[in-house]
Design a binder for this molecule. Sequence first.
Ligand SMILES: Nc1nc2c(ncn2[C@@H]2O[C@H](COP(=O)(O)OP(=O)(O)OP(=O)(O)O)[C@@H](O)[C@H]2O)c(=O)[nH]1
Ligand SMILES: [Mg+2]
Length: 302
Amino acid sequence: MNKEDKFKSGYISLIGKPNVGKSTLLNQLVDAKLAAITSKPQTTRTKITGIAHLEGGQIIILDTPGIHKAHSKLNKMMVQTALRTFSDVDLILFLIDGTEGFSEDDDYALALLEKISAPVFLIVNKIDRIPKPQLLELMGNSLTKRNFAEIIPISALKNDGVDVLEQTVLKYFSEGPQYFPDDMITDCPDEFWVSEIVREKIMKLTQLEIPYSSAVLTDRIKESKPGVLVIDSTIYVEKRTQKMIVVGEKGRLIKQIGQLARKEIEKRFGCSVYLKLFVKVKNGWSQSSIDLQELGYTHDPH
Ligand SMILES: Nc1nc2c(ncn2[C@@H]2O[C@H](COP(=O)(O)OP(=O)(O)OP(=O)(O)O)[C@@H](O)[C@H]2O)c(=O)[nH]1
Ligand SMILES: [Mg+2]
């Protein structure tokens, strides 16, 4: 960075239908595992803030839940959370899964952006799985959908095109302050992040409605002695039968969830972790406003 170059900063929001790779991109931009990622749709339930520190600038990224036609209270809250970021950002990255092209669900999400005055980039993700001619055709056709400020093909998974994306975003920012210190990659509390990791493991290891009926709250992170953290997290499910499934025969599944989560938490904190998991039933929590609030699912969780 030359002395006369101005420091640039701004906020961007990652928007798109579920499963297009928004959280994968967030993690890639901040170069750390901040958000849970699974192959199942509707993994992200809240806004997750990440900070990318670049030469000459700072990008504050809001990862959001996938936009979809929502029915339950939880799902409606998720979609609202995504839409509410529109007014807080300088730029919107609208992601699609390039292997699928524009689907009806993408059109639905895009229609909600119609009145947004902030520039909208189209990010065609998953190009590691698209033949070049198909990608070029998709990029050409996409201008009939909206007059996107930029169209950028990337593979969030393989970190391909992400640097071009960062540089293009910076071009659109004006001079601005360094909002966050150099060593800060998120403003989400550790308790939130730990809960998300546990929830990710549940989502990956269970099927049918269980991933969508599970919520996790971390009640305590405490250093019991130097280099050892004791963490208490509670998994909430909606029915007694679901509790039996999550615990598993002879406690096998809960043990597996705990082991996988612990490994990741130890890597992040760089110390030994003793993770205690509890499973509780909160009848029909995904349909109850009070329960949703108790579980941290509000429009602004932090
Ligand atoms: N092949 C390929 N897969 C990708 C890429 N980016 C993401 N994925 C996969 O797509 C799936 C969904 O990724 P997420 O990052 O969780 O998607 P999301 O948009 O955050 O999904 P929601 O939180 O449910 O809205 C995961 O299995 C990722 O590994 C990519 O560039 N290439
Ligand atoms: Mg996500």
